[in-house]
Design a protein around this ligand. Sequence first.
Ligand code: DLL
Length: 438
Amino acid sequence: MNEIKDYFFSPKYECMDRAEREKLQGERLVELVKRVYENVPVYRAKMDAAGLKPEDVHGLEDLKKLPFTTKQDLRNNYPFGMLCDKKEDIVRLHASSGTTGKLTVVGYSQHDLDIWQECICRALAMAGVTQKDTVHVSYGYGLFTGGLGLHDGATKMGCTVVPASSGNTKRQLTLLKDFGADVIACTPSYAIYLATELENNGMKKEDLNLRVGIFGAEPWSDQMREEIERDLGITAFDIYGLSEISGPGVAMECKYKHGSHVQEDFFYPEIIDPVTLEPLPYGETGELVFTTLTKTGQPLIRYRTRDITSLNIDKCPCGRTTVRMNKVLGRDDDMLIIRGVNVFPSQIETAIMNVSGVAPHYMIYVDRVDNLDVMEIQIEVNEQTTADTVGKMEELRKKIASEIQSYLGVSAKIKLVEPNTIPRSEGKAVRVVDKRKI
Ligand code: DLL
């Protein structure tokens, strides 16, 4: 593995004493609540309904009194009903499409773009990326925040940025080789795809100069990380974010890879019980909620991300004092309930990858037959395994079925398929087809 020479981009905020940071967060919250009450009718109505006035919020201790914001609030007020700044002060619009319904639109002021760039710079510094590096961005450019987010942040740092965007894998590989990029930023599933396509394009990892990968936008397992690191010869970092809050860079892993440091001077995280909506203590798993403490364009108060994770305030050996979020297990609206058992696709992936002989490409099909949930998982075998006998294949199939059963407590039908038959994704991977009509 490469040695990562990380550094602090903004030590004052990243390594701040926790009590001092909480004071700053409290002051920012008080100011934020005043602003949204005055400028965003939705927040005024929500606070009035809760019998709350801005004067009732004195610091972080009052955060739990404030109402939540949901994706539905953004949809109901499509497109600009949740802006806090005047429309003419909005310099960028991004939007994300959910599985259903209207786009979720987010307006950014210049100030919001500035803090987003600051977050990306802090993230790049965590991965030891400097102004001397060339950063190849294969996240999609456009309404999706991945491409432009990494692009603007890496530009601010002074890196040489290659705005490759997504698609055209052959050209991506040529660019990576010819421009000698040190860093690649894309989804982890695309990184795996690029690695497998190297050989098909007559290339080896040694032909590339890559040192670091900045991967996010979808859940991924540590096994997937190992595979990417091995096949591309890089160190792979997890970056987290969501359009509503600030795109990529809301949190990022340091080289110790024990959770992602949340840029909590900008984005205050909470974990709540998604059923009772009560805040949970550090360490407990629940739904992640963010309050954007300093945004001006479209700030959000207690935004429910639907992402399931936990927070950790233990001391990190890297020296940053910011709270870390553990890997996202999945979204609570992504969660599959199979015969009463809660199952996240990421857990299925971990179970599959515990067995050797298969590739990290799979699809999960869920259906209901005679009132019973059935799950079929189609998994690609790797090139070596295809040469195996029928008996050996059957052994492998049984091994995976038993791994899934013991890891998840639920049975699944396993179907092994030929290499390169599962559709590849250039953006976020779609791995679940739920055909149940409940
Ligand atoms: O995916 C922003 C992003 C771009 C993050 C590039 C990282 C890299 P949205 O399209 O709004 O924004 O989707 C946000 O994606 O709520 C999570 O469910 C999921 N997600 C994002 N990053 C991670 C990650 C971007 N590192 C939604 N691990 C979020 C797991 C992630 N899930």
